[in-house]
Design a protein around this ligand. Sequence first.
Ligand SMILES: [Fe+2]
Length: 320
Amino acid sequence: MHLLGIDEVIFGASDLQTCRQFFLDWGLSLHSESAQELVFTSLNGCRVVVAHSDKPGLATGVEPDPTLREVVWGVANTADLERVRQALQHQPGYVDQGGRVGCTDPTGLAVRVQVTQKHAVTLACAKTNTWGERHRVDQASPAYDRATPIEVGHVVFFVTDLAATSAFYQEHLGFVVSDRYPSRGCFLRCAPEGGHHNLFLLQLPQPRAGLNHVAFTVRDVHEVFGGGLHMSRCGWDTELGPGRHPISSAIFWYFVSPAGALVEYYTDEDELTEAWQPREFTPGPTVFAEWAIKGGIDGHTRRQKDAEAPSGRFMTDKPR
Ligand SMILES: [Fe+2]
């Protein structure tokens, strides 16, 4: 039995109006709202909840709000949920909320598991022509005016005890190590077969607990660019991107989120199986990004932010 992925994330924040606009611009659908809570959904039914910091019953955060308070993982059926109940029932912070069971991980984060509420989606994606393989014939490649994320694909946390936290997810929830920064970071996936990571744990030289980012899967590289350009036009700030990770091979774009830390659009991560052998890396800027644009791309000029845009109709036109 393995977890299927992230079913829901719950942020705690006080400025719900700013979060509301941010996640609408991000491309999520607003499912319901009240003074205490915003509930968004992605294309496959993954839920993104922004709860007011004062909302009763909200799990305790590992750092002050705004931050991610709770991560809810999905399983296939009630038999699997029962197995998770057995696995977690002696863990600190154990809760049984009927359809949702959980505990706190060694960092103090609320971890929950439920029968998945997500549904399968079939989406048209860009086909790529490479040397010797022509997958796109008599057809233009897509461009996106904005993104509509498919799901939350992974979450990344700063942890205070990397060894204990990564062991917890492996021993109690069946996670598998994909790659490591020894003593500094651990990339974990829910199951032997699947995308490169659903969870990445980082331990800083001066350890602290907190959220690093929440990552949203989009269809293809063009949707990363189209989504990022739209967010830039809306006035939201890029942290880093677009760019490409050497570890996982994904194309990324990170934005500063009013719900805490960063959110990421990403696509085209490595797909792994039991045959994959975890690698070890030393942290460094070129290991984090093969290439990246600091500050992002201006949504109007479509150029690196603060770069001068050409004034002619074509690059070769001389301005008058
Ligand atoms: Fe990420």
